[in-house]
Write a protein that binds this ligand. Structure first.
Ligand code: AMP
Length: 312
């Protein structure tokens, strides 16, 4: 990576969860999950200034927080409260492409109303992980002068909290969501037209994630497609989108500018981090990575889409 690192600060607000994941590889219980868990780990490979604001219950294993701290992540905003940690149960189809939510137990998340500490309010980049848009709005209002605000969302919030989500969009530079969610939010089947509609709702760029078909970026500078690496061994797609977001924002924090070319590179970095995440359960695929391994996958991506120009 030749860009000189700027190491801007990145504040991540999201869920920290315990997940039960069912699917072709059997049932795995009480795995570390939650949007913030994946985002912070993925971003921590790019910038030393990642901070997490989240809530966990008193049943949450301390080692998960310690491990994040060992990666240099500021965990002072992870509040521990009496009660059960947010628990999500998901089941994947045999093709690993579709999943359904079997159960969601909010636990301490139901009362989550983050009050940011002074140093968190000074964050330069903010990533609002997939949580209730009313909370996303509350958080973004507390950040003093963010250079870039990105947000993720999901079908649930588009269905039941549309007005709050529309308010969040007015404060967001980059919206990240999957293709079905983009269609649902824009009420438009064609993805390009859906993106154009979403851009009119506030964000200056929209990233549409399409699972193993890669991701599309739409912004003023046109559009860009990042492929997903064809992997030989995919175990657990949970957190792929969050790891993409962590790689994307982490790289922007590292680069320190949001030029169209930098955003394209960030798209590839997002796809690289998503590819690591899906190879193992929980956050295991994001453990013990190195700049060399990330660089190697980045180069594989470049090779995957390299082609010669022609003049017909
Ligand atoms: P992804 O696969 O990137 O969509 O993210 C999956 C993670 O999102 C899982 O680890 C879940 O714990 C978390 N999650 C699922 N539903 C919700 C929700 N309603 N609010 C917050 N986090 C959630």
């Amino acid at each position: 990576m030749h860009t000189r690192s700027a190491h801007r600060s990145l504040l991540v607000v999201g869920s920290v969860a315990l997940d039960d994941i069912d699917g072709p590889f059997g049932m795995h219980r009480d795995l570390l999950g939650g949007s913030a868990s994946f985002i912070a780990r993925a971003a921590s490979y790019f910038t030393r200034q990642v901070a997490v604001v989240a809530v966990v219950g008193d049943d949450f294993p301390a080692r998960h927080v310690d491990e994040l701290a060992e990666r240099g992540v500021d965990v002072s905003g992870i509040e521990r409260r009496p009660g059960e940690t947010f628990h999500w149960v998901g089941k994947y189809a045999d093709n690993l492409a579709t999943r359904e939510t079997i159960d969601t137990r909010l636990g301490v998340f139901a009362e989550f109303a983050p009050k940011l500490e002074a140093h968190h309010r000074k964050a330069e980049l903010v990533l609002l992980g997939n949580i209730d848009p009313a909370l996303q709005l509350d958080v973004v209002r507390q950040v003093e002068r963010p250079m870039l605000v990105a947000a993720d969302t999901m079908n649930l919030w588009i269905s039941i909290k549309r007005d709050d989500l529309v308010s969040v969009l007015r404060k967001v530079h980059t919206l990240m969501l999957n293709d079905e969610e983009a269609r649902q939010l824009a009420e438009e089947h064609n993805l390009r037209n859906a993106a154009a509609k979403i851009l009119k709702m506030g964000p200056t760029s929209v990233v549409i994630k399409r699972g193993d078909a890669g991701a599309l970026l739409f912004h003023g500078g046109g559009s860009f497609a990042a492929p997903a690496l064809p992997l030989a061994d995919v175990r657990d797609p949970t957190g792929a989108g969050d790891s993409f977001a962590g790689g994307f924002l982490g790289y922007l924090a590292y680069a320190g500018n949001f030029e169209p070319e930098t955003i394209r590179t960030a798209m590839i970095m997002g796809s690289v981090m998503g590819s690591f995440a899906v190879e193992k359960f929980s956050v295991d695929g994001l453990r013990d990575l190195s700049a060399e391994r990330i660089q190697q996958r980045f180069d594989e991506m470049a090779e995957l889409v390299r082609f010669e120009g022609v003049r017909l």
